[in-house]
Ligand binder design. Structure first.
Ligand code: UT7
Length: 368
């Protein structure tokens, strides 16, 4: 019997603080009209001092678990796709695992820039389909505001913070994620990068002084690449699913630039009314843009159970990819679960584990 991976829960978390184009025009040499006409962005969200990639990821995950009516302890795997992880290690996914009390889950981060959510969706889907796991949380989470040079008008106007999450669950019923294509071209790596802070250029006075810990981008080149790959990835994923573009109810693209989205729809000869766009409110939230847009599409009645939906994205690497899914709904369950209530339990458990580790260390040290 075949096994399928259905999306049964979804959630998003965005910072409260809004940064408008007008605010930005007081910080750098730019203006509202230029930003709207060249990108479609009107405002974006920016994390406050307490908010981090992990805290936004946690909130999105808890909301997704609540929709799926799934306990954190029943989660087998957490993947956080992110370009702005909390640290190089430990993985942001492990922080989320601890903060939601997913006591039986494996956890890791996935680095494929803005395409990361699509890659993560495919990994979780295939682990479910191969019966290795039954329940997964896939999260896209970012605080790119911490990596943007607020003096560089070519990048600082584009990015925003936020997180979105899907719960994926196994079922014998056909549906869920049907096909995915993942692509890359490392020869374009320098077009969009964060040069320092890794092993090649460890943090030093020089790297900081030269602004190498900020996002560097050749906007025009990335734009050209994006317009080529968005439509092709969509068609490749549909062919793999044995579907045609006319079968698609909704396309949810990575929200990087409204002009890129418009061109992709035009190349596909697909009506813009059936392409979900919310870049005006959030800017480019990288890995989080597709799950955030999905949550809003559901809220606005644009995505319903049974619909065929395409997720398509591109980003640094270079990477790109697309997924086709038959949209599902939460599985029926007997008892209501409120995962947000597990937040406190998870905190107590985490403190206890830290104390036990300290006591064990003390005993170990004294017995040697
Ligand atoms: O997730 C993937 C992330 N990256 C992307 O998706 C980026 C893809 N690229 C883009 O979205 C666009 O290339 C940008 C929005 C970054 C730039 O738009 P563009 O239409 O490609 O502008 P451009 O780079 O060709 O620049 C046109 C002009 C330049 O002035 P000159 O040389 O013609 O005098 C820029 O200096 O616009 C100027 N400019 C700005 N002006 C006002 C660039 N940024 C700004 C700005 N405000 N923020």
């Amino acid at each position: 019997m075949s096994r399928f991976a259905h999306v049964t829960g979804w959630g998003m978390a965005i910072p409260e603080k809004i940064l408008t184009n007008y605010d930005l025009s007081e910080m750098v040499d730019t203006n509202h009209e230029w930003i709207v006409s060249r990108t479609g962005i009107v405002e974006r969200r920016v994390a406050n001092d307490e908010e981090t990639t992990a805290s936004l990821a946690r909130e999105a995950a808890l909301k997704a678990l609540e929709i799926a009516n799934l306990k954190p302890r029943d989660v087998d795997l957490i993947i956080v796709a992110t370009s702005s992880p909390e640290h190089i290690f430990p993985a942001t996914a492990c922080l989320v695992q601890d903060q939601i009390g997913a006591v039986r889950a494996g956890a890791f981060d996935l680095s494929a820039a803005c395409t990361g959510f699509i890659y993560a969706l495919e990994i979780a889907t295939q682990l479910i389909r191969s019966e290795s796991i039954a329940n997964a949380i896939v999260i896209g989470a970012e605080t790119l505001s911490r990596f943007v040079n607020w003096k560089d008008r070519e990048t600082c106007v584009l990015f925003g913070d936020g997180a979105g999450a899907f719960v994926l669950q196994a079922s014998d019923e056909p549906g869920g994620v049907i096909s995915t294509v993942m692509r890359s071209d490392g020869s374009g790596g320098e077009l969009l990068s964060l040069p320092a802070g890794g092993s090649k250029l460890p943090a030093s006075k020089e790297t900081v002084g030269n602004g190498l810990h900020y996002i560097h981008m050749s906007g025009r080149e990335v734009f050209r690449f994006a317009t080529k790959v968005m439509s092709q990835a969509t068609l490749d994923a549909l062919a793999k699913a044995h579907l045609k573009i006319d079968d698609v109810n909704l396309i949810i693209p990575h929200q990087a630039n409204l002009r890129i989205i418009n061109m992709a729809a035009k190349n596909l000869d697909f009506p813009m009314e059936r392409v979900y766009v919310n870049i005006d409110h959030y800017g480019n939230t990288s890995t989080a843009s597709i799950p955030i847009a999905t949550c809003e599409a559901i809220q606005n009645g644009k995505l319903k159970p049974g619909d065929k939906v395409v997720f398509v994205g591109f980003g640094a690497g270079l990477t790109w990819g697309a997924s086709v899914a038959e949209w599902s709904k939460p599985f029926p369950t007997e008892r209501r679960v409120y995962p947000a209530r597990y937040r406190l339990l998870a905190r107590i458990r985490s403190l206890l584990l830290r104390w036990v580790r300290r006591i064990e260390g003390w005993i170990w040290g004294n017995l040697r």
